[in-house]
Design a protein around this ligand. Structure first.
Ligand SMILES: C[S@@+](CC[C@H](N)C(=O)[O-])C[C@H]1O[C@@H](n2cnc3c(N)ncnc32)[C@H](O)[C@@H]1O
Length: 227
């Protein structure tokens, strides 16, 4: 396993030590900026124990679906227990490596939107994750990346703490994965929270030469997508 951190043995303690007092703001803002609609299928990349699921399910409603993808079986066990406890019928868990998953891993579902919170900076290749996200979505799919960087302004005084938190979670504080969306997406907005330590970037997945006409499906009867 080449990634920075395994999220294996500590999985059952993750919910107690994930620092929700600080980091929940990012997932709340992320789901809001993602703008998923009722009936959408949302892919949560590096879903961990499923802390985003309640917010995502509220957004997509009973006709929508959440796909939670993570590499760690132990994190997915905790996520599964959460799903079972809440009797959520519309969540599917996928064990896969975010740097190399394909549409075939997604159990026949095509994501209308993709969210990743505090996960891309933990992988050793955020660009590979982005390429996988591109490959399983269509132009116009909503994407939101929430991750961490060193705080700015007065909050720079807290930089050692921010660095410690990232190091403890195996995250590269310099990875800045939302910049991949900024460089490659359309209509991207980035907001900083908690002194800039949390960055929330959201926009639509743009179109590239690699997109064939069959990849240009738009499952919703909304306006045509021009990007
Ligand atoms: C800090 S946790 C974040 C979990 C969740 N997104 C949240 O906001 O609470 C990072 C997660 O990324 C997962 N992860 C790390 N590298 C991965 C990879 N290459 N493929 C899939 N998941 C990965 C870990 O297993 C872990 O569950």
């Amino acid at each position: 396993m080449s990634d920075r951190f395994s999220y294996g043995g500590g999985a059952r303690y993750y919910d107690q030590f994930s620092g929700e007092w600080l980091y929940r703001a990012g997932r709340v803002e992320g789901v809001q900026m993602l703008g998923a609609r009722a009936g959408d299928t949302v892919l949560d990349v590096g879903c961990g124990t499923g802390k985003n699921f309640p917010l995502l399910l509220e957004a997509v409603g009973p006709t929508g679906h959440v796909l939670g993808l993570d590499r760690s079986p132990q994190m997915l066990d905790v996520a599964r227990a959460r799903v079972d406890r809440h009797l959520w019928p519309n969540v599917t868990l996928v064990q896969a490596d975010a740097t190399r998953f394909t549409a075939a891993d997604l159990k026949g579902r095509t994501p209308d939107a993709v969210l990743s919170t505090y996960a891309m900076s933990v992988t050793d290749d955020p660009d590979a994750v982005w390429q996988c996200v591109r490959a399983v979505t269509y132009p116009g799919s909503r994407v939101c990346i929430v991750d961490m960087r060193a705080p700015t302004g007065l909050a720079r005084l807290l930089e050692p703490l921010a660095r410690l938190a990232c190091a403890m979670g195996g995250a590269d504080i310099n990875a800045h994965p939302w910049t991949l969306l900024e460089a490659d997406g359309a209509g991207v907005e980035v907001r900083g929270l908690r002194g800039g330590h949390i960055q929330v970037g959201a926009g639509t997945r743009g179109r590239s030469a690699a997109d064939t006409s069959s990849a240009l499906r738009t499952p919703h009867s909304g306006p045509a997508i021009h990007d």
